[in-house]
Design a protein around this ligand. Structure first.
Ligand SMILES: CC(C)(COP(=O)(O)OP(=O)(O)OC[C@H]1O[C@@H](n2cnc3c(N)ncnc32)[C@H](O)[C@@H]1OP(=O)(O)O)[C@@H](O)C(=O)NCCC(=O)NCCS
Length: 170
């Protein structure tokens, strides 16, 4: 109780623990394998962990996405976000998302997209990407495909977002 959770950049030494957190959060290995593919492809541009007493309890990554037709800004895809089950609903996920948004915005990104629960992400000001005529290339993910803009990136013309090939269909 009252333990301080620190959000910091992920390091190579965090990798095994980060994979364990991702697998435990999702209750399966698929997303951990995804993270390994992202590492192998050097697809990750921003990567942070949440640490409690030096133990990794949360993980979040962002990779570049491509937009067709292109936009003038750098756009990132947030995936995955994971908090170890025993630490969920204590604000760790929110702290990771907020720090990630701050980092990518400061680095000059114009927008972030993600696939996630439509009731979780609006608290960070994500909106359905469809409101700006932006869709995911793999399938119609409806309200789950969300975005946040830090600048006027999307002008309403139809645009299609593709994640890095290492993420495949996620
Ligand atoms: C989603 C996740 C990262 C949230 O992390 P967290 O540390 O529990 O989140 P916070 O404590 O900051 O926020 C908790 C809030 O999120 C809500 N929440 C958590 N998971 C949710 C989900 N799948 N759908 C809707 N709401 C969810 C909780 O109900 C709670 O709501 P409240 O603040 O209104 O009470 C975490 O639950 C997790 O790792 N889940 C499994 C992996 C996963 O689904 N990741 C992808 C998410 S798109």
């Amino acid at each position: 109780m009252g333990e301080i959770v620190l959000i910091r950049r992920a390091e190579l030494l965090d990798r095994a623990a980060a994979l364990a957190v991702v697998a435990s959060a999702f209750g399966r290995e698929d997303e951990a394998r995804l993270v390994e593919r992202m590492w192998a492809a050097k697809a990750i541009e921003f990567e942070i962990v949440a640490a409690a007493n030096e133990k990794i309890v949360g993980y979040c990554a962002c990779s570049a996405v491509t937009i067709d037709p292109p936009v003038e800004f750098r756009v990132l895809g947030l995936a995955p976000l994971a908090v170890t089950p025993a630490r969920q609903k204590q604000g760790v996920g929110s702290a990771l998302v907020e720090r990630m948004l701050e980092d990518v915005r400061r680095a000059g990104a114009g927008a972030v997209v993600l696939l996630g629960h439509p009731r979780y992400y609006p608290r960070f000001k994500f909106v359905p990407a469809a409101t700006k005529n932006v869709r995911w290339d793999v399938r119609d993910a409806k309200e789950a495909f969300q975005m946040i803009e830090f600048a006027a990136v999307f002008d309403g013309r139809p645009r299609v977002v593709s994640y890095h090939p290492a993420l495949g269909g996620l």
